[in-house]
Ligand binder design. Structure first.
Ligand code: C5P
Length: 217
């Protein structure tokens, strides 16, 4: 049985990963965070010291093995779940994910990963490109101040330093790059349900989406 496919897209800081992960836990489904995959490619590219601006440099993807296991992300056998959140990765991931070659490779992996079982997949192009036939498509959004506040709190909770004005600037830069790139830009699928989470708690959003999956079964 192919299973239920739930696609969750949205801009940076809209809560996609947190919400997708909680839904997956509650329902016993598999969560695939595609942003983490683009981040893993970016981390590997930085470590290999390749020219990040040259699409041909990314041919290392022919032999690298980026995969998920139990909600952790790996490059080959190395767990990079924490390493992919560093600043250098965050600052370069929109550039890396703009290359058609990189997207083609990752979309292939994502389509394969979604084949078996019940899946919650989150990203920017899940409803439009990766899972165009998903059973339910959600587009999460929230105003930029709220998204920045969430990122800011997350950083402080991890014991890192954070400055609100810089977080807002970074989010706006990434939104701009992700929604204006040529290849699979961030946009709402015509059959997606738009959910503005600015004034909702995480729990409210999770419950709302689970309610919607029930209706669509
Ligand atoms: O979700 P997260 O913010 O970790 O994603 C990091 C970056 O990866 C995004 O800013 C975007 O450039 C890229 N991305 C993408 N397509 C996806 C998921 C993420 O281009 N499906």
């Amino acid at each position: 049985m192919p299973g239920y496919k739930l696609a969750i897209d949205g801009p940076a800081g809209s809560g996609k990963s947190t919400i997708s992960s909680l839904i997956a836990k509650k329902l016993g489904w598999t969560h695939i965070d595609t942003g983490a995959m683009y981040r893993a490619v970016t981390l590997q590219a930085i470590e290999l010291n390749i020219d990040l601006n040259n699409e041909a440099s990314y041919h290392f993807l022919e032999t690298s093995n980026i995969h998920y296991d139990n909600n952790r992300i790996y490059i080959d056998d190395r767990d990079v779940t924490e390493a992919i959140r560093n600043e250098a990765v965050t600052n370069n991931v929109s550039l890396v994910s703009s290359f058609p070659y990189v997207r083609k490779k990752l979309v292939e992996l994502q389509k394969n990963a979604a084949q078996k079982g019940n899946i919650v997949m989150d990203g920017r192009d899940i409803g439009t490109v990766v899972l165009p036939n998903a059973d339910l498509k959600i587009f999460l959004t929230a105003n930029v101040e709220e998204r920045a506040q969430r990122r800011h709190n997350e950083q402080l909770k991890k014991g890192k330093t954070s400055e609100m004005s810089k977080v807002i600037e970074d989010i706006l830069k990434r939104d701009q790059k992700d929604s204006t790139r040529k290849e699979s830009p961030l946009r709402i699928a015509s059959d997606a349900i738009l959910l503005d989470t600015t004034y909702l708690t995480i729990e409210e959003v999770v419950n709302k989406i689970i309610e919607l999956t029930d209706k669509k079964e």
